[in-house]
Design a binder for this molecule. Structure first.
Ligand code: AMP
Length: 559
């Protein structure tokens, strides 16, 4: 199959904002893909060449693309930079130079999807010495043989900024329309299957075989599963209303979510955004091997830092290093020890436990875990329908320095990737939101060279809408938490546009932001602005898909 076919679909998708039209465009192409292509090429519509559960990234900075474009079209990097400043979209910059070059030679594109896909995959996997040059070589090969519009989309794919407006939900709709005529019950099945598999190629293959195909997909240890999400509640009363009485109450630990898998004796650790962090936590691997019975399992847990001397838990921000840092691990384990609090089980010894009720799942947890102080334990829990008892438990959790309470419906199954009201969070009134950084500004004076203020955005469908600019909260010293220096280093490879001392970045980094209140404001694209925002933590464990939505902001603004 020629890559031009994909480009045609990309153009069609970009030409409309209507969801129904987009779904129809994709669905008619999926039939073609089924007959004439490979299932894994479906990832290209999400601007990827790997399934969602694989965190592999192209690792391509703007600088590298500028270089590759210059090298491919035989022009100076300065000329490319100037054009970039003028147009502001590197995909279009590449298209412009390709067009200019192609006019002088007779050119017919024969670029195959398989070639594009394979080269892009290699760009991800190449590591070690000479990696940069090899990556540029692979990209140049594509740029040299692509037509101008093909070149545009190849660059946009590399920069993870495809601009065709296809979110997961749209791909789900398209698969449902292709194989099940868009029937609403089947759409839900497709969505559930996607939440289990986190892999559109697998869902596509399953859907080809009809409803039976979808049912055949289950969770397996070793492959990350999406976590069940919590609904927010404003009071204990509301929490009970959602979960019913009695409900299970647990402490809400201020750590990070970790899914712990065991398969054939091997332990795998995944964050909530499905990133494999096993290498960063050899201490947890040991604890699990020693203290959890069973050959194969998937546990849902919260990992919390503690201060051994003070015998107290620590807030997430003070141990966030444990996720980020990939060197000096042994030293870090001693400095920032963590405890695993197990609160759910999804799979045990050959069987999915998703459809068993929460009380049964909890019983299994208690049976298979050997408690070891400051190492591992089932999450502290009571089951009650008494509001007084619940209130006391809540106060105790806060006294112990925890974030609040989780209230859980006792007869509920586990719904991966969903906010279904089986799990409700309750916190004392702290206004905080999970937002993504979409832009930044360089500081001046002592902070010159660092990106020190950040434009943060919420999510609306597949779009990100700005809600404010935040410049306080980060630290100057590493021991105190995430620093401006660190944030600058994280943001630089994500830059997609630069003008003056402002930059636009790919929406990747999630931060928790506290604020005083939310006001309507024309200054930001969401129509709202946060007053007195402050970054309370950088959240490398959180996915942009899960951040605060425009709907949440509207709700908060009405309070
Ligand atoms: P939030 O991140 O504010 O939406 O709150 C939900 C998160 O609380 C979950 O994703 C977990 O990481 C965390 N959490 C802490 N303690 C528990 C618990 N006992 N049960 C479930 N989640 C918990």
């Amino acid at each position: 199959m020629e890559y031009l076919k994909f480009v045609k679909v990309y153009d069609d998708l970009a030409s409309t904002t209507k969801k129904l039209d987009k779904t129809a465009i994709l669905a008619s192409f999926l039939r073609d893909l089924e007959k004439n292509g490979k299932s894994e090429w479906i990832y290209l519509f999400r601007g990827r060449v790997l399934p969602d559960y694989d965190a592999g990234e192209f690792g391509i900075s703007t600088q590298l693309v500028l270089k590759a474009v210059g090298a491919s079209f035989g022009i100076s990097i300065l000329e490319v930079i100037n054009k970039f400043k003028e147009i502001g979209d590197l995909g279009k910059v590449a298209e412009y130079f390709a067009l200019k070059k192609r006019q002088s030679v007779l050119f017919s594109s024969k670029l195959q999807v398989s070639k594009v896909f394979d080269n892009l995959k290699k760009v991800i996997s190449i590591e070690g010495s000479g990696a940069i040059d090899k990556k540029i070589g692979l990209i140049s090969e594509l740029l040299n043989s692509g037509s101008p519009s093909e070149v545009k989309y190849i660059i946009r794919t590399l920069l993870s900024d495809l601009r065709v407006g296809v979110a997961d939900a749209l791909l789900v709709d398209a698969i449902a329309l292709t194989f099940f005529s868009g029937e609403s019950e089947m759409r839900l099945k497709v969505e559930e299957t996607y939440d289990l598999a986190n892999d559109f190629a697998r869902v596509f293959d399953a859907a080809k075989k009809g409803a039976k195909g979808l049912e055949s997909i289950t969770i397996v240890p070793g492959k990350p599963v999406k976590a069940m999400l919590a609904v927010k509640s404003a009071s204990l009363e509301e929490a009970f209303e959602i979960c019913g009485k009695p409900a299970a109450l647990e402490h809400k630990y201020d750590g990070f979510r970790m899914m712990i898998h065991k398969k054939e004796g091997e332990i795998f650790l995944f964050t909530r955004r499905l990133e494999n962090v096993t290498k960063q936590f050899p201490d947890i691997v040991e604890v699990i091997k020693k203290n959890v019975k069973g050959d194969e399992f998937i546990l849902d847990t919260e990992v919390v830092g503690y201060d051994e001397k003070a015998e107290k838990y620590k807030p997430f921000e003070s141990i966030s290093q444990r996720i980020k840092r990939k060197y000096d691990i042994d030293k870090l384990i001693k400095q920032l020890p963590v405890e695993v609090n197990v609160f759910d089980v999804l799979y045990y010894n050959g069987e999915s436990w998703l459809n068993k009720n929460f009380v049964e799942r909890r019983k299994l947890i208690e049976k298979i875990i050997k408690i070891e102080k400051w190492k591992i334990r089932p999450a502290i829990q009571i089951i009650t329908g008494e509001e007084k008892e619940a209130q006391k438990f809540y106060e105790k959790a806060i006294e112990m320095g925890e974030e609040g309470l989780m209230v859980k419906k006792i007869d509920s199954p586990y719904k991966q990737g969903r906010k279904v009201g089986y799990m409700v969070k309750l916190k004392p009134v702290v206004n905080d939101l999970d937002l993504v950084i979409v832009g930044a500004e360089y500081g001046t004076g002592k902070r010159g060279g660092w990106l020190t203020s950040y434009i943060v955005a919420c999510r609306s469908g597949s779009e990100f809408l700005e809600v404010g600019k935040v410049s306080s909260g980060l630290k100057e010293k590493e021991e105190e938490g995430t620093t401006y220096d660190e944030m600058t280093n994280l943001l630089k490879p994500l830059i997609i546009e630069e003008s003056g001392n402002e930059v636009k970045v790919k929406p990747r980094l999630v931060v928790a932001v506290t604020y005083q209140n939310i006001q309507k404001s024309p200054a930001y694209s969401s129509g709202y602005a946060l007053r007195f925002p402050r970054i309370s933590a950088y959240r490398p464990d959180r996915d942009v898909k899960e951040i605060t939505t425009l709907e949440d902001i509207e709700k908060e603004a009405r309070k």
